[in-house]
Design a protein around this ligand. Structure first.
Ligand SMILES: Nc1ncnc2c1ncn2[C@@H]1O[C@H](COP(=O)(O)OP(=O)(O)OP(=O)(O)O)[C@@H](O)[C@H]1O
Length: 627
């Protein structure tokens, strides 16, 4: 294939646009993060309280050391009084060496207490984060699982996965760091200001004058960084979607010799991503130095004013004096003002990401709530099925794919459904399993409308095998025993024999304990179908749906499977969809579906005699006529 040739564009922006749809469902929530945390954090908010109090105490204690050092210096070198709040005067030695020992012991004591509160703060915030996340993750997953099939028709599963995975992770990043760091930043800033004011409030005003500048610079850089980061995120989404579609479609890429073309596409996209990242990084490069520069100016100003003041015992209009012991901690606290602002920038970034993620998680919770479940339990039904004038169009479409379906199936009957591709056979059976409700008319099981039956009891009453069945990661045994607790090995093997699967399973090195899928044995389409068949046979439901369930199996094996299935399905209502007409030839009744309507029904012989649609299909298959 030439590189210039047109190829259909992959859904490059798919994930982004899907996220938009999910986020749109929570558009009216004003504070999504708060709303999510209020619900998810129920019962654990006290840990935020404990964490906040501990963190504030830890920061005030941590910053107290320079305050004490300043007082000690003045007492030891300048002969000033060594008065410490809350410490009885009698405890403090009068001579310098004693003061030094006392100060050292006091600082060690302070650090120990500070450390203890720091640990309590970390523990409390972490506990809150993990418990809350656990609840949010499980809750979001549970809601997604319960959504109607209509939701999964319109949303790509990748998009839902992205919410459950990426968005929950971004929430985790924020929760693990954000609240604690936010409190640390605020307490660090407040304690520096308080200690400076206690030392000399006038000079404190000089140092703190820089704070609005620091904040303004932070906001300016933050806003520019955010805008450019948005570009990076968008580019990352596009690049990931491209990589994902290419790798999952690798066989098609190779079949068309498209490797070079795909690499070129990824190269272009990756270059755009690199440019966006570079632009975002360049803002970041200036951010920290700018903050340090502003703090540096404040540092020099404080040094200048303070030192002049100490030398002249007055500065400009400021009366009184300042000692070296006061000035040194001052310089330290002035430097300390930068750190909280940097922390704040970090927390703000995480907060913004988490807010967008919270919106999408709430979106998943709110989008298209599932239809109300029925209330009638279906207990071991006889299996009478009636379609009564049922018509149906898929949600979000206008086109009816089923029209006025009337069909009455007796208990124990085996019905073959045939018809051209897209005729509506699978859709007809989806109504029976209540994945969708008919727009008009009804589907009844044992006389009860499928809408009124609890979905769980309805679906567990029907053993369903699809054309391309899904096997879970795990062993073959686990897959066969999926819906049966405590299935014995003998029962698993018996089901596998009935499904014609035992022979090939036994030939595997690890037999029933062989792992399926990426980490284990690779199975052919027919082998997967037989395992899926064994899975429903073991579940032993009162009704069956086989939707092209043996289409990948060779003719000889199908005949063998058919024989054992005949015995199993003899007394159970069974629907068999098949393109290979020999599969349904012996059915009690064959129903021919064409363009969403039932056009013929009867036994194989009756339909051949009718010489209509079925007879045409049959002739084509036995080679009596060309297509
Ligand atoms: N989820 C969906 N959303 C919208 N339309 C759908 C959906 N699934 C199927 N259809 C449409 O409904 C019609 C009937 O599809 P259905 O799968 O029931 O046909 P079928 O007879 O089982 O075909 P096949 O033999 O190829 O499996 C088709 O036109 C199909 O495009």
């Amino acid at each position: 294939m030439s590189d210039s040739e047109e190829r259909p564009a992959s859904d490059e922006g798919g994930s982004e646009s899907g996220r938009g749809a999910i986020a749109a469902a929570a558009d009216d929530v004003r504070r999504p993060l708060l709303s999510l945390l209020r619900d998810g954090g129920r019962g654990n908010l006290r840990w935020v309280g404990a964490g906040t109090v501990s963190s504030v105490i830890a920061q005030f204690l941590s910053n107290l050391d320079m305050f004490v050092v300043g007082l000690a210096f003045d007492a030891m070198f300048n002969g000033e009084g060594y008065d410490l709040p809350l410490v009885p005067a009698g405890w403090i030695p009068a001579e310098p060496t004693g003061m030094l020992w006392f100060t050292a012991a006091l600082l060690v004591g302070l650090k120990l207490v500070d450390m203890t509160f720091g640990i309590v703060a970390e523990y409390s915030f972490f506990l809150f984060a993990q418990r809350t996340l656990h609840r949010i993750r499980v809750d979001a997953f549970d809601r997604v699982q319960r959504l109607d099939m209509g939701f999964f028709d319109t949303q790509q599963t990748g998009e839902v996965m992205s919410v459950l995975n990426n968005d929950v992770n971004s929430l985790e990043q924020f929760l693990e760091v954000g609240p604690n760091l936010g409190v640390v930043a605020a307490a660090m800033f407040a304690s520096s200001v308080v200690y400076m004011a206690l030392l000399n409030w006038q000079l404190a005003l000089v140092s703190v004058a820089v704070a609005p500048l620091l904040l303004a610079a932070n906001v300016w850089f933050g806003a520019r960084h955010e805008a450019r980061n948005d570009d990076v995120r968008e580019e990352t989404g596009i690049l990931n979607a491209l990589l994902e579609t290419n790798i999952s479609g690798i066989q098609t890429v190779k079949a068309f010799g498209g490797e070079r073309y795909e690499t070129e596409r990824v190269t272009d996209r990756s270059a755009t991503h690199r440019t966006a990242s570079w632009r975002a990084h360049m803002v970041g490069v200036g951010h920290q130095p700018a903050l340090r520069m502003i703090a540096g100016v404040a540092f020099v100003a404080t040094l200048f004013v303070g030192t002049e003041w100490a030398i002249d015992s007055r500065f400009w209009f400021l009366p009184g004096t300042i000692t070296a012991g006061e000035l040194v901690p001052f310089m330290y606290y002035t430097q300390q003002l930068v750190l909280p602002v940097r922390f704040l920038a970090w927390v703000t970034g995480l907060y913004k990401g988490a807010t967008a993620s919270a919106k999408r998680i709430l979106g998943v919770q709110r989008i298209e709530p599932p239809r109300e479940d029925g209330r009638t339990e279906l207990n071991d039904p006889d299996g009478r099925v009636e379609y009564d004038d049922a018509s149906f169009a898929y949600p979000g479409t206008d086109e009816r794919v089923l029209h006025d379906i009337d069909l009455a199936v007796e208990s124990g009957e085996t019905v073959g459904l045939v018809g051209e591709t897209g005729a509506g056979k699978s859709t007809l059976l989806k109504l029976l399993q209540a994945y969708y409700d008919p727009d008009e008319g009804s589907v009844r099981v044992d006389g009860t409308d499928a809408r009124d039956i609890t979905r769980e009891s309805l679906r567990t009453s029907i053993g369903y095998v699809a054309q391309d069945p899904f096997l879970f990661t795990g062993t073959i045994r686990e897959n066969i025993a999926y819906s049966v607790d405590d299935a014995t090995d003998d029962a698993v093997e018996a089901a596998a024999r009935e499904a014609g699967a035992h022979e090939f399973i036994a030939s595997l090195e690890q037999g029933y304990d062989a792992e399926v899928g990426e980490r284990g044995v690779m199975l052919s389409g027919g082998q997967r179908q037989r395992i899926a068949l064994a899975r429903v046979l073991l579940a032993d439901p009162p009704m069956f749906i086989f939707d092209e369930a043996t289409s990948h199996v060779d003719n000889r094996t199908e005949v063998l499977i058919q024989r054992s299935l005949d015995a199993v399905t003899e007394d159970r209502t069974t629907f068999v969809v098949a393109h290979r007409l020999s599969t349904v030839r012996d059915a009690d009744r064959i129903v021919v579906v064409d363009d969403g309507a039932i056009v013929e029904q009867g036994t194989h012989d009756e339909l051949l005699d009718l010489d209509g649609k079925y007879a045409d299909l049959w002739k084509v298959q036995v080679g009596a006529v060309g297509t």
